[in-house]
Design a protein around this ligand. Structure first.
Ligand SMILES: [Cu+2]
Length: 288
């Protein structure tokens, strides 16, 4: 017969200390995340018409699910309490109810249709990238992005910003919490004009990546040998951040996306300065 030691690390004492340690570290994690991170439970509403529509659809489906959950679990719980054995409930003897079966098939079908019609309308509009004002070829690299404005003659690489890169280095001794927008900042952001239709042509140079900017409701794969399309029209100026959303190798977490939405005049001025100096810089930049 096998004898188990009770004094090992997994024995009662060890177990207790393990539980205590886990509990304390969990408490630490919770307090750290509430103190440091600016997070939200729900998806953002975004700054484009389609991101707002996507958000509204998400909320509509969410409330449908809440209502269905309340009705189904409500009936279930009430039935369980009301017809419990201890109150002398007798089991019913029927085995079929055609009208109930028709009803519980028809109701979900109607609900699905109510969800599918507006969702399909939005999805068709999401795919309609015709007649853009600005077209940008976005290419994923391990581990940075390359942006090429098709008609403006501007192209450049966009890599993790220096402060983040330094802080993430092993043995750097820099507290990441002291770095502003740690891992969410780049050296050269994508600049686009407000109120204009921006078409993104997405591809990759090596492995699969994904260009994800929540404020524009865009999360699309960048696949080598394939061009995926997406578009947005930002209604607000500002800085919008995103990340690569496809596990693309060891530095997957270090290729953020930053998009600056500026007034059309400022955009024109930016294009002109990039044409003078930026394009040459982009051409002389070395690949990773
Ligand atoms: Cu990636």
């Amino acid at each position: 017969m096998i004898q188990y030691k009770t004094t090992s690390v997994w024995g009662p004492q060890g177990e207790q200390s393990m539980i205590r340690k886990s509990f304390l570290s969990l408490l630490g994690l919770i307090s750290a995340s509430t103190a440091q991170a600016d997070w939200a439970l729900n998806m953002p509403r975004g700054v484009t018409e389609l991101s707002a529509e996507t958000y509204d659809l998400h909320m509509m489906v969410f409330w449908w699910c809440v209502a269905i959950g309340v009705v189904v679990f409500g009936v279930m719980i009430i039935s369980l309490i009301k017809h419990r054995k201890s109150t002398g409930a007798e089991p019913a003897t029927f085995s079929h109810s055609t009208s109930a079966e028709v009803l519980w098939t028809a109701i979900p079908c109607v609900i699905l249709l109510l969800m599918a019609v507006p969702a399909a309308e939005t999805m068709i509009r999401l795919e309609d990238s015709r007649d853009p004002d600005v077209s940008i070829v976005v290419t994923g690299y391990q581990w940075k992005w390359h942006y090429k404005y098709q008609d403006e003659g501007v192209e450049f690489y966009s890599s993790l910003a220096k402060p983040s890169r330094e802080a993430r280095s092993k043995g750097a001794g820099i507290d990441p919490f002291t770095v502003e927008n740690f891992l969410l900042d780049v050296d050269r952001p994508l600049v686009v004009p407000k109120g204009k239709k921006i078409r993104i042509l997405l591809t990759s140079n090596d492995v699969n990546h994904a260009w994800w900017v929540p404020a524009f409701a865009i999360k699309r794969d960048a696949i080598p040998g394939l061009v995926n399309e997406a578009w947005f029209r930002a209604e607000e100026t500002g800085t919008f951040r995103g990340q690569c959303a496809e596990l693309c190798g060891k530095d997957h977490g270090y290729m953020p996306i930053v998009v600056e939405v500026v007034e059309p005049d400022a955009y024109q001025a930016w294009v002109e300065t990039r044409n003078d100096s930026g394009a040459q810089v982009a051409q002389t930049e070395t690949r990773p």
